[in-house]
Ligand binder design. Structure first.
Ligand code: FCA
Length: 335
C-alpha cells in the first residue's frame, strides 16, 4: 500500500511538472527556443576584442539571447569551440579567426552542424588564396583608414615644421593579413602622394601581431637606420604602433621626435591617459560597437527570422588624439 502511495505521489509530481504548475523554471532562458550565439576572437586579451565582446553582450541582453564568448587563439581551439557550441545548441557564431586561412575548415565544420557564420574584422581566405566572398563579413574600410593615417602623419609633421630630409617613416607591418596590409599600404601611399620620398619609407615586418612582435621588428629596423633624427610611425593597429614607440624610446626617441598614429582607438587609451605625452600621437578610432553589437544583431535576426545579413559591411573611423579622445569617445557612446 505504501509503495502504491509513493507511485501515485511520483506520478502527481510528474503531472505538475509537465503542465507547468510545479516549480518549473519559467525564465525565458529555460525555453528550448532560446537562441544561442557564439562570439570567437583571436586575441581575447586585447582591448579591441574585449570591446567587441562587451557590445555583443549588450546586444544579447537587449535582444534576449545567450552569447557564448570564446577566445580562440589557434586553429585547434577554433574547431573545438565550434564542436562545443554545437553541443550547447548554438545556431551560429561570429568569428575573428586567428588565421584567415582556416576559413575553409571553419565553414566545413559549421555547415556540418548547420550553423551560420559571420566573420568580423579579418576576412577568410580560401584554399586558392582568394577571399571567400561567399562568407558574410563585417570589417573596416582598411585602405581608406590607412590613407587617413598617412594624411594625419603629414599634417602633424607639417605643423611641427619637420624637414622631410631628416624624417623617415617606420611602418610596422603584418602583411599576411589583407586588412592589415591595406592599412599600411594606404598610409604609405598617402605619404608618398604628399611628396614623402619612397627611399625614406621603411617597413618593419612583424613575426607576431602583438606589442612584443612589433617591438622586436622595429628594434631590428632601428639598428639599421641609426642616422634618422625623426620618425613617423604607422602600423596595422594600436599595438603595432605601441610596440614601435616603445622600441624607439629604448633608443632615446620621444614625443618630440616621434609621431605615431595607430588604428583601433581602444588599445591606446591608457597611453593617452599617461601624465606626459609619448610618441604615440593619435589613433583612428574604429567602431567597436558596430563590430560587436551589429554583427551579433545580424546573426540573431538571421537565425530568428531568416533575414540574411548583407554579404559585406565596411565601417569607418575617426582620428583621436590625447587632447580629443575623451570628447570623441563620449560622442560615440564609448565612455
Ligand atoms: C584586425 C586587428 C584588430 C582590429 C580589427 C578591426 O583583426 O588585428 O586589432 O584592428 O582588425
Amino acid at each position: 500500500m505504501r509503495r502504491y502511495g509513493s507511485v501515485i505521489a511520483a506520478a502527481f509530481v510528474l503531472l505538475l511538472a509537465s503542465c507547468g504548475c510545479g516549480k518549473t523554471d519559467r525564465r525565458p532562458d529555460a525555453t528550448a527556443e532560446r537562441i544561442r550565439i557564439g562570439f570567437l576572437v583571436k586575441q581575447p586579451d586585447e582591448p579591441w576584442f574585449q570591446n567587441e565582446w562587451k557590445f555583443a553582450q549588450q546586444c544579447a541582453d537587449s535582444f534576449g539571447f545567450d552569447l557564448v564568448k570564446i577566445g580562440a587563439t589557434d586553429g585547434e581551439k577554433v574547431l573545438a569551440a565550434i564542436d562545443n557550441l554545437a553541443a550547447q545548441g548554438a545556431q551560429g557564431f561570429v568569428i575573428c579567426a586567428p588565421d584567415v586561412r582556416l576559413g575553409p575548415s571553419i565553414m566545413a565544420r559549421a555547415s556540418g552542424y548547420t550553423m551560420k557564420v559571420i566573420s568580423v574584422d579579418d576576412r577568410f581566405i580560401g584554399a586558392d588564396g582568394r577571399t571567400m566572398t561567399g562568407v558574410h563579413h563585417l570589417g573596416i574600410s582598411a585602405h581608406d583608414i590607412g590613407t587617413s593615417v598617412g594624411r594625419a602623419l603629414v599634417a602633424e609633421m607639417t605643423r611641427r615644421n619637420w624637414k622631410i630630409t631628416e624624417t623617415a617613416l617606420c611602418a610596422a607591418t603584418w602583411e599576411e593579413l589583407q586588412t592589415a596590409r591595406e592599412r599600411t599600404d594606404g598610409a604609405i601611399e598617402a605619404l608618398e602622394a604628399a611628396g614623402f620620398p619612397q627611399s625614406q619609407v621603411f617597413k618593419a615586418p612583424q613575426r607576431v601581431a602583438d606589442i612584443p612582435g612589433s617591438f622586436d621588428a622595429v628594434n631590428a629596423l632601428l639598428t639599421q637606420h641609426q642616422a634618422v633624427r625623426r620618425w613617423l610611425v604607422c602600423g596595422n593597429n594600436d599595438n603595432a604602433v605601441l610596440g614601435a614607440v616603445r622600441a624607439m624610446e629604448g633608443r632615446g626617441y620621444d614625443a618630440s621626435t616621434v609621431i605615431g598614429i595607430g588604428i583601433n582607438g581602444t588599445d591606446c587609451i591608457t597611453e593617452f591617459q599617461k601624465d606626459k605625452p609619448t610618441g604615440f600621437y593619435a589613433s583612428v578610432l574604429l567602431a567597436p560597437r558596430r563590430h560587436g553589437f551589429e554583427t551579433s544583431a545580424l546573426m540573431y535576426r538571421w537565425i530568428k527570422n531568416g533575414t540574411e545579413p548583407p554579404l559585406e559591411t565596411y565601417t569607418t573611423g575617426l582620428l583621436i588624439t590625447r587632447d580629443t579622445f575623451r570628447e570623441v569617445l563620449k560622442e560615440q557612446g564609448l565612455l
